[in-house]
Design a protein around this ligand. Sequence first.
Ligand SMILES: Nc1ncnc2c1ncn2[C@@H]1O[C@H](COP(=O)(O)OP(=O)(O)O)[C@@H](O)[C@H]1O
Ligand SMILES: CC(=O)N[C@@H](CCC(=O)OP(=O)(O)O)C(=O)O
Length: 317
Amino acid sequence: MSDKTETAAPDRERADLKLRTRWLHTAATLTEALPYMRRYADRSFVVKYGGHAMGDEAAAQSFARDIVLLKQVGINPIVVHGGGPQIGKMLERLAIKSSFVDGLRVTDQAAVEVVEMVLAGSINKQIVGAINAAGGNAIGLSGKDGPLIRARKLARTKRDPDSNIEKVLDLGFVGEPESVDPRILYLFERSDFIPVIAPIGIGEDGHTYNINADTAAGAIAAAMRASRLLLLTDVAGVLDGDKKLIDRMTATQARAMIADGTIYGGMIPKIETCLDAVDKGVEAAVILDGRTPHALLLETFTEHGAGTMIERETPAA
Ligand SMILES: Nc1ncnc2c1ncn2[C@@H]1O[C@H](COP(=O)(O)OP(=O)(O)O)[C@@H](O)[C@H]1O
Ligand SMILES: CC(=O)N[C@@H](CCC(=O)OP(=O)(O)O)C(=O)O
C-alpha cells in the first residue's frame, strides 16, 4: 500500500512535466508562426484541392480545419476544387464514355451535365459541409455564379507524328478561362465567409464549360493577385530524376525538366499553371501533398515549408 503511494507521486510529476512540455511546445509553435501570420494578414491564398488529394474522411477533415485556421488568423483562403476521379466514377455508373487528351477530359453534352452535377453539386457541398463542421462559414459557388469565370472553348492542336501536320482536336465542352471577374471574391475578403469554387465556366454562347481545376485556380489567383497559389495533389511535390523532392524551382528549371521528360502527364498542366500565375503577379505557387496531415499549415507557418515552390525568375543583374 505504502509502496503504491510512493510510486504514484513521481508518476504524477512525470505526467505533469510531460503536459507542461507539450504546452511549451505549443506556445513555441505559435510564436514561430507569428511572423508568418503578420506577413500574410489580409492576403489571399488560392488553394486548389484536387480530387485525388480528397482521399479519406480524416484527410478531408484535416484540410477543412486548416482552411478554417487560415481564415481565423486573417488570411483570405479561396478554395477551388477538382473531382476528376469522382466524375469518372459517376460517368461509369451512367455508362457515359469519356477519354482524356493531355490530361483533359473530352467532354460532350451528356458528360458536361454530369461534370456540373458532380463538381458544383455533390463535391462542392461535401467541402462546404466539412469546412462548416470544422467551425468555418463556407459558401459554395461555381464559376457560373457572378459570373466569376467567363470561359471560351479550349483550342487544342496536336502534330500528327506520321504526316507532321498540325491537327485541331475537338475536346467538346472543355473550356479555358477567358476572363475572371473577382468582384464577388472581394466581398468574401471583408467577411467571415470562405468561398469554395467548382471549376465550371459560362461561355458567350451560353454553354457550360468544363475547366481543369488547376487552370481555374491559377486564373483566380492571378485575378486576385494572390499571395500564394497552393495546389494540393497526391505526390510530395515535384520530384527530380532520382525521385527526390525539389523544394524550390525557377521557370527555367521547370521548362528544362518538362523538355527532358522528368516532368510529365498531369504534372505538366500543374507546372504551366504555376508559371503562368507567377508571371501574372502571384507571389509564389506551391505544389504540395494534400494527403499529408496539415500540409497547408506546414507550408504557410513554418520556415521549412512543404512541397515544391515555383518562383518568379529574378532578372539577371
Ligand atoms: N516530376 C514529377 N514529380 C512528381 N509527380 C510527377 C512528375 N511528373 C509527373 N508526375 C505525375 O503527376 C501526378 C500529379 O498530377 P495529377 O494526377 O493530374 O494530379 P491531380 O489529380 O491532383 O490534379 C503525380 O501523381 C505523378 O504521377
Ligand atoms: C477539362 C477537365 O479535364 N476537367 C476536369 C475537372 C475536374 C478536375 O480538374 O479535377 P482534378 O483536379 O481532381 O483532376 C475533369 O473533368 O476531370
